[in-house]
Design a binder for this molecule. Structure first.
Ligand code: ADP
Ligand code: TRP
Length: 330
């Protein structure tokens, strides 16, 4: 089983990124061959400062390593170091209907918000299809919001195979040059809420980032919005953002106990927030330590990336070669 995924270098990872996506990367590297990259080409749309993009790309690599990706098991690289990606994107773009991209959530959202839309945003799903298809993965672990991109990837792969591979059978997906991948999502952490109760996201400024220093980390936990129920009164766990976040960390027994405390009253939200902060430290402190170690040794991180690039390109150049042969470019 071959697994592939990527993260955009656009800022510090937060609990949504970890529980929605990265945690699966770490689990899956033990179950098959993992391919994980830093999606810097995808970030160009958002980060328009060269030094910052370079730094953020290194940061995501360090985050990967700190969260537990192991370069002995998984291939880790920076997307732009594999030029085959951009080449495949163009070829795939040539069989991608405009209408397919016009249905993309991110594009539709940008239209609805009257944003200035560039070609990069519109073509984002084609680049993502190239990232994926270049490595013939079986599964792509992502958060639920990315499932549409996986479906578009399957549509584009099907279109390419139908156009250029006479033996391709769209029913079984067999006989094509490009393999149709499956999205892998975790049901129990569909969407992690942010400090304001909306989906946790860098773009909403409502994140809790476990690699923040102690002070800002505590501040973000204390900022979680709660209602004004008095300390002595019973509280409803099912509408409480702190409880929703505690669910990510507690065992079923611990959770049942906390639920009783909510329902009995006499315990304030501050107490539950402190419990949440303790659990964050318990879960992430060792990873924070590991992160500091890699941060102090950027040469080692670059070496891991260089090695990953070489391994990634072995597969990428082979698949691109097959694609070019299939469509008459070589
Ligand atoms: P952001 O919304 O903060 O910009 P990204 O779009 O970079 O996050 O997401 C990176 C990965 O983390 C994706 O696979 C995405 O589905 C997942 N993810 C992001 N936010 C959440 C969330 N609140 N809950 C679950 N998964 C999330
Ligand atoms: N679009 C993904 C996100 O916003 C990041 C990404 C880029 C990705 N290319 C990918 C994820 C390929 C999985 C596979 O989170």
């Amino acid at each position: 089983m071959r697994i592939l995924s990527g993260v955009k270098p656009t800022g510090r990872p937060h609990l949504g990124n970890y529980f929605g996506a990265i945690r699966q990367f770490v689990d899956l590297q033990n179950k098959g061959k993992g391919y994980y990259f830093v999606a810097d080409l995808h970030a160009l749309d958002e980060i328009r400062d060269s030094a910052r993009l370079r730094q953020l790309s290194l940061d995501v690599t360090i985050d990967y390593l700190a969260f537990g990706l192991d370069p002995e098991k998984a291939v880790i690289w920076r997307q732009s170091d594999v030029p085959e990606t951009s080449e495949l994107q163009w070829i795939l773009g040539s069989v991608t209907p405009m209408a397919l991209l016009q249905r993309g959530h991110a594009y539709k959202d940008a239209v609805a918000k009257d944003k200035l839309i560039d070609f990069g945003l519109f073509a984002y799903p084609v680049l993502m299809a190239a990232d994926i298809l270049l490595y013939l993965p079986d599964g792509v672990p992502v958060g639920k919001d990315q499932i549409q991109h996986i479906e578009i990837t399957r549509d584009i792969a099907t279109k390419f195979n139908q156009t250029y591979c006479p033996d391709f059978d769209p029913q079984t997906g067999e006989g094509g040059v490009l393999k149709l991948p499956e999205g892998i999502t975790l049901d129990d952490t569909a969407i992690v809420p942010g400090t304001d109760g909306q989906k946790m996201s860098k773009s909403y400024g409502n994140t809790i980032a476990p690699f923040d220093d102690d002070k800002p980390l505590k501040k973000s936990v204390m900022r979680v919005v709660t209602d004004s129920t008095a300390l002595e009164d019973p509280k409803d766990p099912d509408t409480c953002n702190v409880y929703a976040l505690l669910k990510l960390f507690l065992t079923p027994d611990e959770l049942a106990d906390v639920r009783k405390q909510y329902e009995a009253g006499g315990v304030g939200y501050g107490h539950f927030k402190t419990l949440l902060l303790d659990k964050i430290h318990e879960t992430f402190d060792e990873m924070r330590e590991k992160r500091r170690m890699f941060e102090n040794d950027p040469a080692q991180v670059e070496k891991i990336l260089a090695d990953g690039t070489q391994r990634a390109r072995e597969t990428a150049s082979q698949v691109l070669g097959d694609v070019k042969k299939a469509c008459g470019l070589s």
